[in-house]
Design a protein around this ligand. Structure first.
Ligand code: HSE
Length: 309
């Protein structure tokens, strides 16, 4: 059993912990097979695996798979054994939902191997156990996008309530990842407990506008609504050159730009004609601040986590 789970952009500017999109072409691959040894064994990790624990209990994919096995009934619950190989397509601490892709991949692979009887909210709960290991917090924005694909809204975490919409395939997300790492745990610790009503109002309006733009398939409106008065002003200080990189994206024709998830990657909203120019502008701006970067131009992934073989 081979499962692909896409990378994702969470928050999308104003929608902290609520909004997410899945990215085509970037993500993790989990290969799993049933064994006679009860429990989950992580036998191999390849790709961008630096600093990722190999103990299945401490690994996002392993923990999510264990959680799925725990939900099996009767004899199967005690005897189910699974051997897993994880290929990391993304580095940890990038802001591109790396741990979420692993967690979703692990949960989906275990689910498909052992009967596929769980609903998507139960799978998300299992994946949340994996994600919480990496970030110290139970938020499902990256997970929902990676599992379901398209544009996802986590309307509520307890109980989980997720809404999913399709994204226009002409859309391009330009993702630029500077050569540095930000731990999600840390990026969350710098956020304020209290925010002003004025800033909250702006984010509510832009979140609603983003959803309207998706419903209408309007890229310029989508980009305009990527405007975050709450989280970006604080976290942008952790990313050298943020203001210049964002300006470069907009000057090159992007419709909007902000931090991808907890950063340090930035994303810009573009179309197929402008995406390359936007990426090069952002890359050059990071370079002026002494940071190497790599970029990816991704259409939305409207399929979500899926079996590959
Ligand atoms: N919504 C999360 C955050 C995404 O911004 O902290 C990263 O896990």
């Amino acid at each position: 059993m081979k499962v692909f789970a896409p990378a994702s952009i969470a928050n999308l500017g104003p929608g902290f912990d609520s909004l997410g999109v899945a990215l085509e072409g970037l993500g993790d691959v989990v290969q799993a097979r049933r064994t006679d040894r009860p429990g989950v064994a992580l036998v191999e990790m390849t790709g961008e695996k630096e600093n990722i624990p190999t103990d299945p209990d401490k690994n996002c994919a392993g923990r999510a798979a264990e959680s799925v096995l725990r939900q099996l009934k009767g004899k199967a619950a005690k005897e189910a054994g699974l051997e897993m190989r994880l290929h990391k397509g993304l580095p940890q601490g990038s802001g591109l939902g790396s741990s979420a892709a692993s967690a979703v991949g692990g949960a989906v692979a275990a689910h498909l191997l052992f009967g596929s009887a769980l609903g998507s909210n139960t799978l998300l709960e299992a994946a949340l156990e994996g994600e919480a290991l990496a970030s110290g917090s139970r938020h499902a924005d990256n997970l929902a996008a990676s599992l379901l694909g398209g544009f996802t809204i986590v309307r509520s975490h307890a109980p989980l309530d997720v809404i999913r919409l399709e994204l226009p395939s002409a859309m391009r997300f330009v993702v630029v990842l500077p050569g540095m790492e930000i731990e999600t745990r840390f990026a969350r610790s710098v956020l304020p407990e209290m925010i002003s009503l004025k800033d909250a109002k702006s984010n509510w309006a832009n979140t609603a506008a983003l959803v309207a733009a998706v419903a209408r398939g309007n890229l310029p409106d989508f980009g305009r609504a990527v405007d975050d008065q709450v989280v970006e002003p604080v976290r942008s200080r952790l990313i050298p050159g943020f203001a210049d990189v964002k300006r470069a994206a907009l000057e090159a024709g992007a419709f909007g730009c902000s931090i991808s998830g907890a950063g340090p990657a930035l994303f810009a909203v573009a179309n197929a004609d402008t995406a390359e120019k936007v990426a090069l502008g952002m890359h050059a701006a990071f370079q002026r601040h002494g940071l190497p970067s790599r970029h990816f131009i991704c259409p939305p992934d409207n399929r979500g986590a899926r079996r590959l073989d």
